[in-house]
Each structure stands twice: as structure tokens, then as C-alpha cells.
Design a protein around this ligand. Structure first.
Ligand code: ADP
Length: 397
């Protein structure tokens, strides 16, 4: 490790800070962890390094306190002077950011302009940026947006069929998320398959707690299933994905629910959790289904069917399909979910290789079909590394 070549990657939520310290060249992670329950008296931080795990209570229970604690740990591990810059995950860049960028006072104002589109996420991201500027006054900060990769979507893909006034006055359109993961996975897939990214048509399914898919042609996003907010599209852990917009007035009129209650039910109590009535966690739903729970099986069936339908329709923006990539916790680990999806897509020419599919989990990536045109594969995403590499490139480290 040479001097000052590490990047501190921060992903700040309203009550949490996820962090890692990465060498963007060797791709090695030296320290990672999570500060949780910020704002509460029992806020704590967990550090992982050298195969060890420490958890300590925070002295100050806010973002600044979390960063002070990270600084102490960096000093203890002899890493403090080796950090060259800080990369921040920022959720929403609206139409203002098509790329990652160094954070200047002007840019911070623009991130604040996006508050109305991401009222829960962007203020927390800004809090994290300000805390980092205070804690590391000599280091540059870079923002990497979840939305920017999808700014290449054509108008026909991002326009909702609602009065254009909503777009003109309130920026209502489809934006898409998980862009950092899509960018990383696209480059990895091209590398693993020895393909030119500029002549490559792929669909990536990022299936974590949040789930979305994207059509990516020659390295550019053509369409993606999340929209104005992350609730649109696929079935997720607790989000409903696509529903009939008429549901909102029914819930208001027949269930006497206000906007906040409707929002909570569709974002936090739906998806795998809502249907299975067991859990939002795919593993637990799979276990319940294997034990004979019918609602759990239905939740998995709806998840797989919706995803298969989306994949088939997402060939449209590409005109052809070279590769289907599974990533995210479910995509990387659930062989049975991948099987259920691919089984429904035989007409595209996808044929599962059962043994290869079973083998791809817990960090093993690879092709999982016997078919090669198109093929399906598993790739482990690494959003933190992508943020670290963008940051190093932007500050010229
Ligand atoms: P996040 O979106 O929070 O980053 P992850 O990408 O870590 O989430 O994905 C979490 C999801 O991955 C959970 O639903 C979890 O159950 C699922 N998952 C992880 N391992 C497995 C597994 N072996 N089998 C099925 N699902 C799994």
C-alpha cells in the first residue's frame, strides 16, 4: 500500500452510516462497518477489519459522532494518513447530475434542490457530506448518484402518461436507481465474457431488499423498472412494485387511510412480506415455502413471475439479448429464484445449467446456462468499489 491512496466510502442514511475504506486499484477493503440508531441514546458502531469485528457505543449519537469514531479507528489501524478522499453515495441527482462529481458549495446546493424527489434520502446524504467535511477538513469529497447512470434513458422510457405540467413544474418522470451497481456489473460482465462493452446488449436484475432491472445497450441504460421513486416495478422485500393507480383512492375511501398510511403500507408492509405474511427476507420466505407455507410460496411465485415478465419486455429496448445478469443478495444467492425465473423464459433461448446454477452462490460468480446466445450469469455487485474508483478518478488520485 503506497501513501494516501485509500478512499473512504460513505453511505449515509437518516439514522445510519455504512462505510468502507478501499484501495481503488487493488480493490482491497481495509475497514468496513456500520453506525446504527443515530439520534437514539444507544447508537453504536460496528467495525470489521482483518477478520475481526468490534462494536462500540457512540460517544456522540449523530453523523459527526460516527465519523469521529471512524477517525479514531483509522488512526488506531494506521490508516488515517492514507485516506486520499471521501466518496459519498447520493440517492437522487434528478436531471442535474449525469455523472459523479466533486462536491463544491454550488453542487451541494443542487443536491439540496433534489430534496423534494427524495425527501428521506438526500437530506441524510447531505448531513453525511457536511459531517465528513467537518471531520476531514483537508480531504476532497465526491458524490456518486444512484440515478445518474439512467440519465441516458430516452424520453419515451422516462415519460409518464400524466399531464406534462407535472414534469415541467415538479420534475415528475422516471429516474431509476441502483445505477452504481448497474455500472459495475455491466463492466464486470463484459470483462468476464470478454465482450466489447460498446457492442453488448444485456439485462441486469439487481435483486436485493430493493429490486430493479435495467436494459443496458452498449454500456448505456435504455430503461429501468424503478421510476420517480424506488417503489415502481418489481416485487421487493417490503415494496409492492407496480400496482393499479386506482388502488390509492380505494385505500383512502374504503380503508380510511391518509397519504402517510398508504405510503407506509405500500413501501414497508407489502412485497414478499405483504404476501407471505412471514418475512421480507427472501431466505426466510424460501424456508417457510419449503416447510409448506402456501402464502410464502405464492409470494415467491409472484416475485418470479413479475420478474420474468419484466425481463421479456426489457428485450424491447435492446432489440436483442446477449446476457441476462443476476446480482444483489437474492440474485447472487438464490439458485431457486433464478431457476423459477429462467424456466419461464425458455422462449428467449435461455436454458438453465442446473449444476452451474446451484454452484453460483456465496460469492461465486459465473454463467448458469447451457445456452450461450443468450446466456444468463451471476455477478457479485460491489457498489462501494465503484464509488471508490469514481472518487479516485475525479480527484486524480
Ligand atoms: P440490500 O438491498 O439491503 O443491499 P442485499 O443485496 O444484501 O440487500 O439482499 C438482501 C436479500 O438477499 C434478502 O432478501 C436476503 O434474504 C437475500 N438473500 C441473501 N442470501 C440468500 C440466500 N442464500 N438465499 C435466498 N436469498 C438470500
Amino acid at each position: 500500500m503506497s501513501a494516501s491512496n485509500l478512499i473512504l466510502v460513505l453511505n449515509c442514511g437518516s439514522s445510519s452510516v455504512k462505510f468502507s475504506v478501499i484501495d481503488p486499484k487493488s480493490e482491497e477493503s481495509f475497514l468496513s462497518g456500520l453506525a446504527e440508531k443515530l439520534g437514539l441514546a444507544d447508537a453504536y458502531i460496528t467495525f470489521k477489519y482483518d477478520g475481526k469485528k468490534d462494536t462500540i457505543t457512540l460517544k456522540t449519537n449523530d453523523h459527526v459522532g460516527a465519523l469521529e469514531s471512524i477517525i479514531d479507528k483509522l488512526k488506531e489501524l494506521g490508516l488515517f494518513d492514507k485516506v486520499a478522499a471521501i466518496g459519498h453515495r447520493v440517492v437522487h441527482g434528478a436531471e442535474l447530475f449525469t455523472d459523479s462529481a466533486e462536491i463544491t458549495p454550488d453542487m451541494l446546493k443542487k443536491i439540496e434542490e433534489c430534496y423534494s424527489l427524495a425527501p428521506l434520502h438526500n437530506p441524510a446524504n447531505v448531513q453525511g457530506i457536511q459531517a465528513a467535511q467537518k471531520a476531514f477538513p483537508n480531504l476532497k469529497n465526491v458524490a456518486v448518484f444512484d440515478t445518474s447512470f439512467h440519465q441516458t434513458m430516452p424520453e419515451r422510457a422516462y415519460t409518464y402518461a400524466v399531464p406534462m405540467k407535472l414534469y415541467r413544474e415538479h420534475k415528475v418522470r422516471r429516474y431509476g436507481f441502483h445505477g452504481t451497481s448497474y455500472r459495475f456489473v455491466t463492466a464486470e460482465a463484459a470483462k468476464m465474457l470478454n465482450r466489447d462493452v460498446n457492442d453488448f446488449a444485456l439485462i441486469v436484475a439487481h435483486l436485493g431488499n430493493g429490486a430493479s432491472i435495467a436494459s443496458i445497450l452498449n454500456g448505456k441504460s435504455m430503461d429501468t423498472s424503478m421510476g420517480l421513486t424506488p417503489i415502481e416495478g418489481l416485487v421487493m422485500g417490503t415494496r409492492c412494485g407496480d400496482v393499479d393507480a386506482g388502488l390509492f383512492s380505494l385505500m383512502a375511501q374504503q380503508c380510511n387511510m391518509d397519504v402517510k398510511a398508504i405510503d407506509t403500507m405500500l413501501n414497508k408492509q407489502s412485497g414478499l412480506l405483504g404476501i407471505s405474511e412471514v418475512s421480507n427476507d427472501c431466505r426466510e420466505v424460501e424456508e417457510a415455502a419449503a416447510a409448506g407455507n402456501k402464502n410464502a410460496q405464492l409470494a415467491l411465485d409472484v416475485f418470479a413471475y413479475r420478474l420474468a415478465k419484466y425481463i421479456a419486455s426489457y428485450v424491447v429496448p435492446l432489440g436483442r439479448l446477449d446476457a441476462l445478469v443476476f446480482t444483489g443478495g437474492i440474485g447472487e444467492n438464490s439458485a431457486s429464484m433464478r431457476k423459477a425465473v429462467i424456466k419461464q423464459l425458455g422462449f428467449l433461448g435461455l436454458e438453465l445449467d442446473d449444476k452451474a446454477n446451484e454452484e453460483c452462490c456465496r460469492g461465486k460468480a459465473g454463467v448458469i446456462t447451457s445456452s450461450t446466445k443468450p446466456l444468463a450469469m451471476v455477478i457479485n455487485t460491489n457498489e462501494e468499489l465503484m464509488i471508490a474508483q469514481d472518487t479516485a478518478q475525479i480527484i486524480g488520485a
